[in-house]
Design a binder for this molecule. Structure first.
Ligand code: FAD
Length: 430
């Protein structure tokens, strides 16, 4: 995305003026080579990789950016449900980090950040090294509240009852479980209470598994056990797909709060309902901010999500530390999505460039979100929203009258959805 397009996208009318050449900086971190200001980004997912790229671009390469990420390549959760459905492969959802390094000059460190010293402005790495920063940007995604499901405490239970809610090895393993399941078997998907990563994601997954069963094992069932009172996103559209396309395959049960799992017998236990046993059990545990954010004391909302100033994404708990993406305490109607993490990252990158060059931070951020869901191999639906800064409430609010939702699933939306995926992967990593 060009700078001009970005301004349109985030509505940052004063943004361009904010970026001259970087002003002189004093007291900047110096380790890692060079004398310019230093930004360390933790996590090369949708939020972190975008932030790393855009801090480099919008500082005219004046800010030194180091991205710390343990994975060798970027594997996208968006479209990963289609890998489970069998119409896409892992190769389709995997991208390289090479452009960030070769085109944008981001320093990529393949490691995990194990601790943050906000006083000394230093992070420690699992590999033993440390990195100094002037500003730290954290986008570590989500981790799971395993304590809510005591039977999942052991590594053996985690290997057997999968979440596949971080695309990668578990996506492949869950697909194998589905392939190995006998026709006439039951796949049960447990959904936690919102907020969780990607509100429509579980319902899209149910469609994808049902689509696979309808072709390969038509006597099988998809049982959705939802802790929420109703489908949390695009409810009418998903229910229509289940009734019209997957009648007799999908069964939806709301208000099913899972309290435990017996991994040995593939059994789910609930607060108020009978146990459910399945051939393939796919459990999404309750979620919270990525571990590094929680253990660094940044998860100030119920020790679960990180509160931030939405003008800069600076943490309310630590100076010079910015948190974005799924880890944050959301504003009203703000989904935990890759699209949203990408938008957070641009507002944050712009603010960090401004702060490090002594310029005013844009005080009118506005951004959008579109979540596509595939209800079959080819047909998709979407929901869109626009969010703007409310100076009185000091938070982001949905813009009245903006956004929208599909009337019906169709193939054109499916093509647009794939275009969206390719476009955002190129924006994050290209
Ligand atoms: C099945 C599914 C479908 C989805 N579909 C869509 C969709 O269609 N559209 C959409 O917009 N969103 C979708 N999402 C949601 C989207 O994937 C997330 O909202 C998005 O990935 C959030 O970005 P993030 O940067 O917060 O986290 P992530 O993208 O998960 O990135 C976090 C990164 O941080 C790294 N990390 C964590 N801890 C550390 C550490 N200590 N040190 C270094 N690195 C660390 C991780 O390795 C990871 O690469 C979907 C999610 C799922 C599960």
């Amino acid at each position: 995305m060009k700078r001009r397009q970005f301004v349109g996208s985030v509505g940052a009318s004063s943004m361009l003026g904010a970026f001259g050449t970087l002003g002189m900086l004093s007291g900047c971190a110096t380790s890692g080579g060079g004398n310019g200001p230093k930004v360390v980004v933790v996590g090369g997912g949708f939020g972190g990789a975008t932030a790393a790229k855009y801090v480099r671009m919008w500082s005219d390469h004046g800010i030194d950016v180091t991205l710390v990420e343990p994975n060798a390549s970027f594997i996208s959760c968006p479209i990963s449900n289609l890998v489970l459905g069998g119409s896409k492969t892992m190769a389709d959802i995997t991208s390289s980090y090479d452009n960030l390094v070769s085109k944008h000059g981001v320093k990529l460190v393949r490691d995990m950040v194990t601790s943050i010293d906000a006083e000394k402005r230093l992070v420690k790495l699992a590999g033993g090294g440390e990195l100094a920063y002037d500003r730290l940007i954290l986008s570590p995604g989500i981790d799971f509240m395993w304590e809510a499901l005591p039977g999942m405490a052991t590594p053996a239970a985690k290997d057997k009852v999968l979440h596949a809610w971080k695309a990668g090895a578990q996506t492949v393993a869950l697909r194998k479980q589905l392939e190995a399941m006998p026709d006439g078997g039951v796949y049960a998907l447990a959904i936690p209470l919102a907020p969780y990563r990607c509100p429509p994601g579980p319902y899209e997954r149910a469609c994808q598994v049902a689509n696979y069963f309808s072709k390969a094992k038509p006597k099988s069932k998809v049982l959705i056990l939802d802790a929420n009172d109703d489908v949390t996103s695009k409810a009418g559209l998903f229910k229509k797909a289940w009734a019209d396309r997957y009648a007799g395959i999908v069964e939806y049960r709301p208000k099913h709060v899972a309290t435990d799992v017996d991994a040995a017998t593939n059994t789910l236990k609930f607060e108020f309902h009978d146990d459910v046993k399945a051939n393939v059990l796919n459990v999404l545990p309750p979620m919270r901010a990525g571990e590094i954010a929680v253990k660094s004391g940044l998860a100030t909302a119920n020790k679960r999500w990180c509160e931030v100033d939405f003008l800069t994404f600076e943490s309310k708990a630590a100076k010079n530390v910015h948190v974005l993406g799924d880890s944050i305490q959301i504003a009203q109607a703000m989904p935990k999505s890759g699209h949203m993490a990408n938008q957070h990252a641009k507002v944050c990158a712009a603010a960090v460039v401004s702060l490090l060059s002594g310029k005013e931070v844009n005080n009118l951020p506005i951004y959008n979100n579109t979540c596509y869901s595939f209800v079959s191999d080819e047909d998709a639906v979407h929901v869109a929203s626009v969010h703007a800064w409310d100076a009185k409430l000091k938070t982001m609010m949905p813009v009245a009258g903006s956004g929208g939702i599909s009337k019906a699933a169709n193939e054109l939306e499916g093509r647009v959805a794939m275009g969206w995926a390719r476009g955002i992967w190129a924006d994050v990593l290209g």
